[in-house]
Design a protein. Structure first.
Length: 262
């Protein structure tokens, strides 16, 4: 893998899969201003890059992310807190809006902003030892990086209220039952397992993946007619691509398709 690092963020490429790793071990991968800006830079550079078909986000060591850096937040006033929330939200929105599918490999504790980062990803797989939580209530604050609405969309209003109002840690097996994550893997198999899923997605037509992701992200905020119109527009757009012709020809010819992204 080729690797690049900046402000506690490492980016490696494994063929068509980019692996973005949070790496501030001294702070349990807590996200400070520099890391948030580095994430913005790296993710923006990866967005729509033809040779990157899937992005994986994970943490170094035994922690996914301890969330927002409390040392940076402790002296903030109301205006500073709002600006901090908007900065974090911009990173989470970038993850959710990235053209490529984004997979969270939750290798350990993911709390606060770390949990919100995982929630912004399209797919989430956790190690057996992983724990997830929105514990902001215990600090006298509320989730600020999209945790309230993304958690509610994933698990429903009742479970989201219970998790946010109590701030309790959720073990991986319970997170799976709640629908918070898509799978649980042994700690020593998480990276390989997630990369296997990533490479499966990378073999699919990238433009169709991007349009399907866009529709899925928007559908909850659209009424039925608008959702149908969007779906029809994206469906028709795919008929102008080489990948659509290749996919249908391969099906009829009973062979494996080769998608180029065109």
């Amino acid at each position: 893998m080729d690797a690049a690092q900046e402000a506690g963020v490492t980016v490696e490429q494994d063929g068509p899969v980019a692996v973005v790793t949070l790496s501030r071990p001294q702070a349990h991968n807590a996200m400070d201003d520099a890391m948030l800006r580095a994430l913005t830079t790296h993710l923006s550079a990866l967005n729509g890059q033809p040779d990157v078909r899937v992005v994986v986000i994970t943490g170094s060591g035994r922690t996914f992310s301890a969330g927002a850096d409390i040392k940076q937040m402790v002296g903030m006033d109301a205006a500073g807190g709002r600006s901090w929330a908007l900065l974090g939200q911009s990173v989470m929105d970038l993850v959710e809006d990235l053209e490529q599918p984004v997979i969270a490999a939750i290798n350990g504790v993911a709390v606060g902003g770390g949990c919100e980062l995982a929630l912004a990803c399209d797919l989430r797989y956790a190690a057996t030892s992983a724990r997830l939580a929105q514990p902001e209530i215990n600090l006298g604050i509320t989730p600020g990086w999209g945790g309230t609405h993304r958690l509610t969309r994933l698990v429903g209003t009742g479970p989201a209220k219970e998790l946010i109002l109590t701030g309790r840690l959720v073990p991986a097996d319970e997170a799976l039952r709640l629908g918070l994550i898509h799978g649980v893997l042994p700690d020593d198999e998480l990276r390989a397992g997630v990369l296997d899923v990533a490479h499966q997605l990378a073999a699919k037509p990238p433009r169709a993946l991007a349009r399907a992701k866009r529709a899925l992200n928007l559908v909850a905020s659209l009424e039925r007619r608008a959702a149908n119109a969007l779906e029809a527009e994206l469906f028709g757009e795919m008929f102008g691509t080489e990948d659509r012709a290749e996919g249908m020809s391969a099906f009829l010819e009973k062979r494996r398709p080769h998608f180029t992204g065109r």
